[in-house]
Every structure is written in structure tokens, then in C-alpha cells.
Design a protein around this ligand. Structure first.
Ligand code: ADP
Ligand code: MG
Length: 692
């Protein structure tokens, strides 16, 4: 018997190429896919409801006596039939009907019908119900099971999906859809078998707990979610394993270069920086590629840790690439690293998409011949023309914006003679633990859980836009006291153009209100050089107030700036607000963040603003963010492909993750033969990126 995952849907009766294509849009290609296409919800056609108890927008079976039928010419010609039981009366309404239909609806006959209850002009109505005239005949038996409602697409009716799943269920058995969880596990957790779980979910018995099913908490649902999460976790572990199969250059630690660097650094490392740096440096001594995620809240000082790792590689004669998601952030790193490394005689290179012509050629040549030891850049570092002499370490900043694929692409650049490069991935947006586990199971994690000394938490207030002038007065005060300030204009409808215009208008307006201040402007439409020079002026203190779009979201570091105004904070998500606010509170004076909002605020926006006022803790904010938005959005669109789940829900099923983790280890040690089939079942071709 052929396995269901090898059986195309066209094997089913009545499915031709047209229906095949429609199903493909629902990501259904095989009979196994049909089984994993689970109902969204269920209808109860297992019992007859009293007409008097019907609620609009529900579906029900009713039975009663026909009180009359008529064809009415309203906006549309329709056939109307009134049916009554001892609890009430309801109107059936048909738009497509044959004249003969009306004649069967004889007054006094009994009728059973099924359909959706709506509020119509004459009270409750059933639209286009399915019906049967009983007049003396035995009614068709009621359904034995709850009726599934599937996620449907264009041109596929529920009826069709039900027939298709019916046919598939009829073929389903334990031989054509293998149980892949080890028996030890299914016994211990009292889990139902895969086949039983699927049968149950497609056709639950009449007494199935609808509430539990609606919440996704039924054991049959959890059984499937567990297997899916397990498969994803195994795929991450396999990816990690295949990377670790390749060797990596081992770099000796405690090099004189590192000591020299620490000597010129104007501050001492925090205990957390020291610990995390030790973890990374220990990895780099190994002849295996490092795969480490460095988490640390904004301002926790990740850059220094990156620099120490870089020096270890450079001292051993290898090149280092540092990649950032935006030009501004990359530029910031470039300035930092030039300032730190030039005194150590290390050549720092630069590569961005905007770099063209001769300048680009010059940079590429330095990267290719190895004279550039460290290169800072944007996505441009991924491009084909970029050839490294001997890349030993890649450092990726703000990881959540790059996907696994991109991470791997950069790894490819570091492959020579069966050696691959080490990777250090830094993220300022703390990733909630649950997501970290599933999306980054291939990485070891280090956390900087301490801010450099002398920081005081940012005090956040929310002020309504009508009180704008008070806010302007605060800026004047702060700047008179020698401080600097940001005024952030938020994104308008995702349009960089409008956004830039809004920032320009605001800058002009503020210039009128604060004529004594030097005001700078930076937005995404400016040339890189222009942006850099404004940022430099702000950093040097020549500009007191910087009006900016969210381009300054990440990485910008000006310790003397102690006040930030965020206009229309209601447009931004929590993670972004936290990132922005992280630009202040970097110096020793108390910092303030003003959320200058416009009314009316949505409930969600209110909630976000409240959270921002309550806490400065990035981890708390990230957890709340996950709660409010869900995992796909938290990880960013690029990442959603990596946690593309059919049945499991990272939030709802978070409690499964610990068991998933330990079971994954168990399967690898005791049932390695199950790994590949599990991954193939749940990830299919999507796992190809694992083949490095
Ligand atoms: P992030 O983790 O957000 O990337 P940065 O690396 O940009 O943080 O560091 C933020 C600021 O803190 C920088 O100005 C940096 O020089 C400073 N800094 C980093 N580590 C320390 C430390 N141990 N003591 C004092 N200041 C530090
Ligand atoms: Mg940073």
C-alpha cells in the first residue's frame, strides 16, 4: 500500500487538475496533506435545536411544520418558506430555486432543515438551508459526528473538503501513515496514536468537548502539535549538527592584541560582558564552528564583546565580517571599530550597497587579498562578488532581521578547505525564551544581563499631542542644561517618502519654536554621506536636537542625549518602541522618554503605552510583545518562514517545549532512524536550507 505522503490528491475520485491546483493553493498536494489540513472549527449537526433557541450567526438543524411558502419579488426573486415547531417560527429563504421546489413545500408537511441562522427583515432566517420534506418518511439519520469546517480557498466548498477528507480517512491506516513517535513516548504521555488523533479531529464524536477543541487544547490536537514542534526542533538540531560536522579554524585566546585593546578601552568590562566574552572566546578556540547567539538589551554593550571575539580571530591571521541590517547601524560600527582598531594597526574595511565604482573595487580588493582584516557592512556582504581571503568569523548584529538562510549564505563565504567560519549573532531585541528555543535551536545562547554602571533607567511618560508646546519647553530646558534630545517621527503608512516629509515639516516647525537651538534632520531618503555627517555633528554636540525618522532605531549611540520624544508612538510595536527608547539613558544623567500620542488610542495601543511606562526591561517587553502580536510578527517577516507551523502554535503550545527538547535528544540517541522521516513529514522541502 502506498504511503499517503506519496499519494497525490489526484488519486482521489473526482479530483482533476483544476481541483489539484486549487488544493495546491492550500498547500495540499498529497493525501497526508489533506489529513494535516485540520478543521478550524466544528458544527453540531448531531441534534435538532428548538427554533425558539436559535441565535443569529450560528448553524443549526431544526425540524417543524410548514406554515406557508411563497415566491416574493424583492430586490431579488426569492422563495420563502415558514417553518414552525412548538418553540417558534423561522423563515427559510432561497435565491436559487426551481418552481417545483415550492410545490413540495406543502402547508402542514414536516420539514427538517440545516443552515446558517441570520437576522433578516422578518426576524431570524435560514439562508439556503439544506432541507428534507419528511411527510411521513423516516428522516435521514442525524450526523453521528461533529461536522468539520475547514480553512477553505477560492472555489473549494466545505462540502468538497468534507468529501475529500472523508475519502482520505477511509484509506487511512497505520500502515500508510506511520507512527513516528517512539512507543515509549506515546505510552508514557497517554497520547493517542497519530491515526486516532487525526480521525478524531476530522470527525469528532457528538459528545466531543467543543470548548477544548476551540482552544486547541484537546489531547488529539496537542498530540499533533507536539509531533510538529518535535520535527522542527530536530531539524534545527540536524542543521546545527551538519554545520558542526565541518571544521573551523581554532584561534588561540589571550592574545597580546586583546590585552592592548582592553588597555585603550576607556572603561572596564562589566561582569556580564566578561562572562559572555569568555564563552565566545572558548568557542573560538575549538576547531568546530561557533554558533552563538549573544542576547543583551539595548545599551548593554554587545559591541565590545564582538570586538574581543574579532581580535581573537584577527590575531590568528583570519578575517572578520561584521554585518548590520541598516546603513546607519553599519556606519556606527564602522566608526567604533575604526576608532578602536586603527591604533592597533588593523585595517577596517567598509561595504554597503551604495558603495559604487572605484571605491567599491578598492574595498573588494582589500577583502580579497586579506589586507582588510575586518570588514563592516550591510547585506552587501552577501553578494557574489565579495570574495574573502580567509574569513574566520562573521558577526551579525540585530539578528532578528536576518533569516536563517542569510546566516547560512554568509557562512558559505567562509568556507575553504573544508573549514567554515565561526558565527556570532547579536540581538538587541530579546527573543522570548519560547521563540528562542524553536527558532534558534541551532545556536548556543549567551546573555548580557547587566547594564554598564552609572545608567539610570529612562523615565517614560505619555503626553497627548494637544500638550505639544509643553514638550517643546522641556526640550528647551534640557538643551539649555547642556543635554541633547531626539524627536522621532514615526512611520506613516509604511511610506518612506511621506515619512521623510513629515520629519522635514516637524523639523521646520521645531526650528520656529526653538530658534536658539541647532536642529538636525535625518531620514531614510537622505544620501548615506549626508546622514553620516548629521549623525557625526549630533555625536559631537554641534547639533542639540535631532529630528529623525525611525532610521535611528538601532545602534545609534550618543550618551549625552537624555531626552527622546516619540511622536505617534501608537503607530509602533513594542519592540520598536523599546529599541528607540534605548537610544537614551546611555549617559549618567537621568533620561526621559515622552510618548507624544494622538487620540483616540486603540485598546492595543493603550496597552503598549502602559507597558512602556511600566518597565525598561527588554525581556518583559518582548514577552508582552509576543502576547500582543504572536510569534510570526515578533520574529519579523523574514523569520516567519522558519517557524511556519501547520498545527502547533508557539504561544499556545509553549508548555510542550521542554518535553520537545528532551524528547528530541532521546530520539537522536535511541531512535535516530526516526529523525529524517519526522522532519520530512512536517517540514518537507522546506528543510533544504539545512543542507549546507
Ligand atoms: P548595544 O548592546 O546596544 O550594542 P553598545 O555596544 O552600543 O550597546 O554600548 C552602549 C554604550 O555603552 C556605548 O557607548 C559603549 O561604549 C558603552 N559601554 C559598553 N560597555 C561599557 C562598560 N563596561 N562600561 C561603560 N560603558 C560601556
Ligand atoms: Mg548595538
Amino acid at each position: 500500500m502506498t504511503a499517503l505522503d506519496q499519494t497525490p490528491v489526484t488519486q482521489l475520485r473526482g479530483i482533476g487538475t483544476q481541483m489539484r491546483d486549487k488544493l495546491a493553493r492550500l498547500r495540499i498536494a498529497t493525501l497526508q496533506d489533506i489529513l494535516f489540513h485540520l478543521p478550524l472549527r466544528y458544527m453540531d449537526r448531531t441534534r435538532v435545536s428548538p427554533i425558539g433557541s436559535l441565535q443569529p450567526n450560528t448553524e443549526a438543524v431544526v425540524e417543524g411544520e410548514i406554515r406557508g411558502s411563497d415566491i416574493v419579488i424583492g430586490r431579488r426573486r426569492s422563495l420563502i418558506c415558514k417553518v414552525q415547531d412548538n418553540s417558534g417560527l423561522i423563515t427559510l429563504r432561497f435565491f436559487h430555486f426551481a418552481a417545483a421546489q415550492r410545490h413540495t413545500m406543502v402547508v402542514g408537511a414536516t420539514m427538517r432543515c440545516y443552515g446558517e441562522v441570520r437576522r433578516g427583515s422578518a426576524g431570524l432566517e435560514l439562508y439556503h438551508p439544506e432541507y428534507q420534506i419528511l411527510d411521513g418518511k423516516q428522516p435521514e439519520p442525524l450526523e453521528q459526528n461533529l461536522t468539520p469546517i475547514y480553512p477553505a480557498g477560492d472555489g473549494i466548498t466545505q462540502h468538497r473538503l468534507r468529501t475529500i477528507s472523508e475519502q482520505t480517512l477511509a484509506q487511512l491506516n497505520a500502515d500508510n501513515l506511520n507512527e513516528l513517535l517512539p512507543q515509549s513516548l506515546t505510552n508514557q504521555a497517554q497520547q493517542s496514536s497519530l491515526v486516532d488523533a487525526l480521525r478524531f479531529l476530522h470527525r469528532p464524536p457528538a459528545d466531543a468537548p467543543l470548548d477544548q477543541l476551540a482552544k486547541g487544547q484537546h489531547p488529539a490536537q496537542q498530540r499533533l502539535a507536539f509531533e510538529e514542534l518535535l520535527a522542527h526542533h530536530l531539524s534545527m538540531l540536524r542543521l546545527r549538527h551538519s554545520i558542526r560536522q565541518q571544521g573551523a579554524p581554532a584561534f588561540a585566546r589571550d592574545q597580546p592584541l586583546s590585552a592592548q585593546f582592553l588597555k585603550i578601552l576607556p572603561f572596564a568590562l562589566t561582569a556580564a560582558q566578561q562572562r559572555v566574552s569568555d564563552e565566545a572566546c572558548a568557542d573560538l578556540c575549538q576547531p568546530l564552528p561557533m554558533l552563538r547567539l549573544l542576547q543583551g538589551d539595548v545599551g548593554s554593550g554587545k559591541t565590545v564583546v564582538a570586538a574581543l571575539a574579532a581580535l581573537q580571530a584577527i590575531a590568528s591571521g583570519y578575517q572578520v565580517a561584521i554585518m548590520a541590517p541598516t546603513e546607519i547601524l553599519a556606519e556606527q560600527h564602522r566608526q567604533n571599530f575604526e576608532a578602536w582598531f586603527t591604533p592597533l594597526n588593523i585595517r577596517v574595511g567598509w561595504l554597503s550597497g551604495k558603495l559604487k565604482g572605484k571605491a567599491r573595487g578598492y574595498q573588494l580588493a582589500g577583502i580579497a587579498d586579506g589586507s582588510t582584516a575586518l570588514v563592516v557592512g550591510t547585506h552587501a556582504l552577501f553578494q557574489d562578488q565579495v570574495e574573502f581571503h580567509n574569513l574566520g568569523l562573521t558577526i551579525i548584529d540585530e539578528q532578528h532581521r536576518f533569516g536563517v538562510h542569510q546566516r547560512l549564505a554568509l557562512r558559505e563565504k567562509g568556507r575553504r578547505d573544508h573549514l567554515t567560519s565561526h558565527q556570532l549573532i547579536m540581538t538587541a531585541t530579546p527573543i522570548p525564551r519560547t521563540l528562542a528555543m524553536s527558532a534558534y535551536a541551532d545556536l548556543d545562547v549567551s546573555v548580557i544581563d547587566e547594564l554598564p554602571p552609572g545608567r539610570s533607567p529612562v523615565n517614560t511618560v505619555a503626553i497627548v499631542d494637544q500638550r505639544r508646546l509643553e514638550v517643546v519647553a522641556r526640550i528647551r530646558q534640557a538643551c539649555q542644561a547642556g543635554q541633547q534630545a531626539y524627536w522621532v517621527c514615526t512611520l506613516i503608512e509604511e511610506s518612506e517618502v511621506l515619512d521623510a516629509q513629515a520629519a522635514e515639516v516637524t523639523a521646520e516647525e521645531l526650528a520656529l519654536l526653538l530658534p536658539e537651538l541647532s536642529i538636525g534632520l535625518v531620514h531614510g531618503r537622505m544620501k548615506a554621506g549626508q546622514k553620516a555627517s548629521v549623525m557625526a555633528d549630533f555625536k559631537a554636540g554641534h547639533i542639540k536636537l535631532l529630528v529623525a525618522t525611525t532610521v535611528i532605531e538601532v545602534g545609534v549611540d550618543v550618551p549625552n542625549a537624555s531626552l527622546m520624544v516619540i511622536e505617534n508612538p501608537e503607530r509602533l510595536g513594542l519592540a520598536q518602541l523599546h529599541q528607540l527608547r534605548g537610544r537614551v539613558g546611555r549617559g549618567s544623567v537621568a533620561s526621559h522618554c515622552v510618548l507624544l500620542y494622538s487620540t483616540p488610542l486603540s485598546r492595543q495601543a493603550k496597552e503598549r503605552i502602559t507597558i512602556m511606562r511600566q518597565t525598561n526591561d527588554g525581556f518583559v517587553i518582548a514577552e508582552k510583545d509576543l502576547e500582543l502580536r504572536g510569534p510570526g510578527e515578533v520574529l519579523g517577516t523574514r523569520q516567519t518562514g522558519d517557524v511556519d507551523l501547520r498545527i502547533a502554535d508557539l504561544q499556545r503550545d509553549a508548555h510542550l517545549l521542554d518535553t520537545v527538547k528532551s524528547q528530541a535528544q532521546d530520539i537522536i540517541s535511541h531512535h535516530p532512524e526516526l529523525v529524517a522521516p519526522l522532519i520530512r513529514r512536517w517540514l518537507g522541502d522546506r528543510e533544504n536550507y539545512g543542507q549546507v
